[in-house]
Design a protein around this ligand. Structure first.
Ligand SMILES: [Zn+2]
Length: 273
């Protein structure tokens, strides 16, 4: 009898320990997810969305207004980051980025079986063009497309691999701990202290010849351009980052957001215009 009671007590203790460990693992996982960088921060993504809205055809604007139930492109642009804790979207967790090691092309590189930002954008464009989806499914795909066209233009979302798109490159942003990825996602932009509408107005629309050239580029060209900025992006010296780095490279941030906005408009016009 005594032995059974002892067993029971020890079973209860084991169960309690397992439950505690499960909670701990859950907390650690949540922490890990929250520490991962998600692409341009909210200001960058929304500024891109607002710029795109300015270049939509009348018909595309009307169609998108219907599909998104009146929500603006700007405000839908961050939705794909907001669903990171929703496991029903687990299939899309790796779609925000792609690894293309130095000296390789995307075609040569080893592909992530869970997908990547290039494959996802190409697939969603093809699916939306084919009219495969309607209602909520179509809305989801449009929101994903809006977000991912932004992400692929953030140079560190086309990463070299080992440093996880600069997430593992610990730096100081002014006096605070940060990492290279976060500096590009949001630190440089947030430091300007602008709303997304102010930021979009500051960026403005490109000259007509730039607009034509940029809109003619393919999804894979967008990724190649992101790769082309690596020399500048990794020029972080001793890792104490601030005014000097932003002064040298903030124009790239503005350019990439401007390009992503007009290109998103082009893609949406092709599908719905
Ligand atoms: Zn993202």
């Amino acid at each position: 009898m005594q032995r059974n009671a002892d067993d029971e007590v020890s079973n209860i203790i084991t169960l309690k320990i397992i439950l505690k460990m499960k909670t701990l693992i859950r907390i650690l996982l949540m922490l890990f997810v929250s520490l991962q960088a998600f692409g341009w921060g909210q200001t960058g993504h929304r500024a891109m969305g607002l710029l795109a809205e300015k270049h939509l055809s009348k018909k595309a604007r009307k169609e998108l207004n219907r599909i998104l139930k009146g929500e603006s492109i700007a405000m839908t642009s961050t939705w794909m980051d907001e669903i990171r804790s929703d496991t029903s979207f687990r299939y899309s967790y790796d779609w925000h980025w792609v690894t293309v090691p130095d000296g390789q092309t995307y075609e040569q590189s080893e592909k992530n079986p869970k997908g990547d930002v290039i494959a996802a954008i190409e697939q969603i464009i093809a699916e939306l063009k084919s009219g495969k989806f309607s209602g909520k499914e179509e809305m989801i795909r449009v929101k994903m497309l809006v977000h991912l066209v932004g992400d692929i233009h953030q140079p560190l979302h086309v990463g070299i691999g080992p440093d996880r798109g600069g997430n593992n490159v610990k730096v100081m942003w002014f006096r605070a701990d940060s990492n290279l990825h976060r500096v590009w996602d949001s630190e440089m932009i947030d430091d300007k202290n602008l709303s997304y509408t102010e930021f979009a107005n500051w960026i403005g629309s490109p000259a007509q010849n730039d607009l034509t050239t940029w809109q003619a580029a393919s999804v894979r060209d967008w990724a190649k351009e992101s790769i082309s900025y690596r020399k500048q992006v990794y020029d972080y010296g001793d890792g104490k980052m601030g005014y000097e780095y932003a002064y040298k490279y903030f124009d790239i941030v503005k350019l990439r957001i401007q390009q992503s906005g007009v290109r998103l408009a082009k893609v949406l016009n092709e599908i719905y215009g």
